[in-house]
Design a protein around this ligand. Structure first.
Ligand code: NAD
Length: 246
């Protein structure tokens, strides 16, 4: 069997959603550094974003999938990195907010897997869905986010089992980061009375004693996209400084 390099995406074409965000941009940069071709998407096109793609819009997915098909004929990878977070317990979360978080995080990931799948099964491929440690464990103030990310983790297992039927297979895994420095953590902390204290507490909760960096999520994504991860599918992969080890 050939030894595959972990950071080798030479010749692979990978679509990334949420590519203007902290983690999505780091993943796009890491794919390019590994010699892969990135199709970058986010809500607005321009400045490094190839296609405007609202992940909640079925017609946007159909349009972008058709454009990828006519230009490349296939995909080798998909990273569903678009996402939003809100803070709120079961009593305080209004239904509209719940539905919006689930629409972006879970419906968006479903639509991405669904419309990219026919392109991925051409030659086999790898899907990386951005779940979270909060897709594995709950928090009292994270009702909508927990529900959406728990859905992403189990959706990924279903897609993985279906994709395993193809030869070569379409693999699908969920990345489960803990708190990563960037706008999302700033927003969660900003919604509290003492943002700095909250950020400090989040870091102290992590056994490695700090928040993660987007590049640390990106290197795990590149690994899962690469042929070095050829026997890994249907997994929740924590990138969490040990948070879920206890
Ligand atoms: N930052 C963290 O601590 C953390 C931890 C675990 C998981 N995650 C997950 O990682 C992913 C990326 O998070 P991030 O920290 O880069 O957040 P971010 O806020 O920096 O970026 C999110 C990106 O998603 C885009 N987006 C939002 N709604 C969209 C929609 N409807 N259609 C298309 N794009 C949309 C935004 O424009 C933005 O560019 C998210 O799914 C998030 O839930 C983040």
């Amino acid at each position: 069997m050939r030894a595959e390099s972990v950071a080798d995406l030479d010749g692979k074409i990978v679509l990334v959603t949420g590519a203007a965000g902290a983690i999505g941009a780091a993943i796009a940069a890491a794919i390019r550094a590994a010699k892969g071709t990135v199709i970058a998407t986010d809500l607005k096109a321009g400045s490094g974003i190839d296609h405007a793609l609202d992940v909640t819009s079925e017609s946007d997915w159909q349009r972008v999938a058709a454009a990828v098909e006519s230009r490349h004929g296939r995909l080798d990878g998909l990273v569903n990195a678009a996402g939003i977070a809100t803070v709120g317990n079961i009593e305080k979360t209004d239904f509209a907010t719940f539905k919006r978080v689930v629409a972006v995080n879970l419906d968006g990931t479903f639509l991405g897997c669904k419309y990219a799948f026919p392109l991925l099964r051409q030659k086999g491929g790898s899907i990386v869905n951005m779940s979270s440690v909060l897709g594995l464990v709950g928090g009292p103030n994270l009702t909508a986010y927990n529900a959406s990310k728990g859905g992403v983790s189990l959706l990924s297992k279903s897609v993985a089992l279906y994709g395993a039927r193809y030869k070569p297979p379409v693999r699908c895994n969920a990345l489960c980061p803990a708190f990563i420095a960037g706008p999302m953590v700033d927003e969660i902390a900003g919604g509290t009375k003492n943002p700095d204290a909250v950020k400090q507490k989040l870091a102290l909760d992590i056994p490695l004693g700090r928040l993660g960096e987007p590049e640390e999520v990106a290197s795990a994504a590149v690994y899962l996209l690469s042929d070095a991860a050829s026997f890994i599918t249907g997994a929740d992969v924590p990138v969490d400084g040990g948070l879920t080890a206890r």
